[in-house]
Design a binder for this molecule. Structure first.
Ligand SMILES: [Zn+2]
Length: 414
């Protein structure tokens, strides 16, 4: 929030973006790396210009389909046979599995990762946003590494799977839009996965391409504040874009390009949660391409994105939940305190009772012992008395006997 609006980043240092559209359309059309059709960034740049009626180059293949097959295409794409329903099913599964209402959150946040593109693009059209008449390809096939030969969809999946693991390590819950390249899932369907899950952040992983092989660096993309579909999410999305880009370039040393604000990305427009596209670097720059294939660098890339998500979540992710959590924590603490108090009281009471009981017992025992002793004493006394008495009696009788004897004798004698 603080960073977003203040950071005056060149919004259109897209000299190259335009260039990408023009040159790649001309140079690469018909090749596997048809930039204008393939990289949503470029495609959307083209689309944006077309929409804005600005400098949309006629040569830009990306502009061609947009605005032409409006209503029909939308209906057509909505009803597009098996693949569409297949992908819809994927979205449903992901959504249903993880977005149980009322489910308790015992994790830092819920992140939906969209590994950009797929093995085969789907040029069927879908609206660029909810209710939009303008359409775009459901999903393009992306760019590819000039030096590595690795297709973008492969790199984005590889990084996304590592990012998933890293985020899970950091106690996030993660939902993947795809975990395989052999899938057909459109950009709006990917956004729906994030929407259905009510994700804290929808992070779309891409790599960039440009006709200028010298161009390098990373950028992130989000909507403008005036986006017709989700402008209200601008602040959070911009913060997410800033946090990730800042942390990413810090971790990787990859050149900082800029945060691109645009309303031409279907996957962003369809998103009803904070969203950003991460363009990790240029696969059309041989050095950067190979750099992004290095496993140590990939670790840094993943750490950087995860650090950015962490930073965002501290600011925004649990903004509302923090209070709730605090209250719950307070409650928990209170309860614990009460419980402890009660237990302490109980313990004290018990101790007291025990002491009392022991004292009573001791007293009783003492009393009993004393009594016993007394009894013993009495008994002893009695015995003593008895024996004394006996003695006395015995002595007495003997005395008497002897006296009697004597008397008798004497009587007899007398
Ligand atoms: Zn891409």
């Amino acid at each position: 929030m603080k960073k977003g609006p203040e950071k005056k980043i060149v919004k259109r240092s897209s000299a190259c973006a335009a260039l990408c559209g023009i040159l790649l359309a001309a140079v690469l059309a018909g090749t596997g790396c048809s930039q204008a059709q393939t990289t949503p960034a470029d495609q959307n740049r083209a689309g944006e210009k077309a929409a804005a009626g600005k400098t949309a180059p006629e040569t830009d293949a990306g502009t061609a389909p947009i605005g032409k097959n409006t209503g029909e295409t939308a209906a057509e794409t909505a009803a597009t046979g098996e693949t569409a329903s297949e992908t819809a099913a994927v979205g449903e599964t992901a959504g249903d599995e993880f977005s149980k209402p009322g489910e308790e959150k015992d994790y830092k946040g819920l992140i939906v990762i969209d590994p950009g593109h797929q093995q085969y693009g789907n040029s069927d059209q879908e609206p660029v946003g909810p209710g939009a008449s303008q359409t775009k390809a459901k999903v393009s096939s992306g760019t590819s590494g000039v030096a590595s030969g690795v297709p973008e969809y492969q790199l984005t999946l590889e990084i996304s799977l590592k990012l998933r693991d890293e985020l899970e390590e950091r106690d996030y819950k993660v939902i993947m839009c795809r975990e395989t390249n052999e899938i057909d899932i459109s950009n709006s369907e990917r956004a729906d996965i994030a929407n259905d899950a009510d994700a804290d952040a929808f992070v779309r992983i891409h790599a960039n391409g440009c006709a200028d092989p010298g161009r390098s660096g990373a950028m992130t993309i989000c909507q403008t504040p005036g986006n017709a579909y989700n402008g209200h999410l601008y602040e959070k999305s911009r913060a997410l874009a800033d946090c990730i880009l800042d942390a990413y370039v810090l971790a990787t040393g990859i050149n900082y390009e800029y945060v691109w604000e645009t309303d031409s990305m279907s996957g962003i427009n369809w998103s009803q949660v904070p969203v950003t596209i991460v363009e990790m670097g240029y696969m059309t720059n041989s050095e950067e391409d190979l750099n992004m294939q290095d496993s140590q660098m990939q670790e840094k890339m993943v750490d950087g994105i995860a650090d950015g998500i962490d930073a965002y979540m501290v600011q925004y992710g649990q903004e509302n939940e923090t209070e709730e959590n605090e209250t719950e924590e307070d409650k928990a603490e209170e309860n614990e305190a009460l419980e402890n108090e009660t237990e302490e009281n109980k313990a004290e009471e018990n101790e007291e009772l025990e002491n009392e009981a022991e004292e009573n017992k001791a007293e009783e025992n003492e009393a009993l012992e004393n009594e016993t002793e007394e009894n013993e004493a009495v008994e002893n006394e009695t015995e003593e008395n008895k024996s004394e008495e006996k003695d006395a009696v015995e002595n007495g009788s003997e005395e008497n006997k002897s006296e009697e004897k004597e008397a008798g004798e004497s009587t007899y004698e007398k």
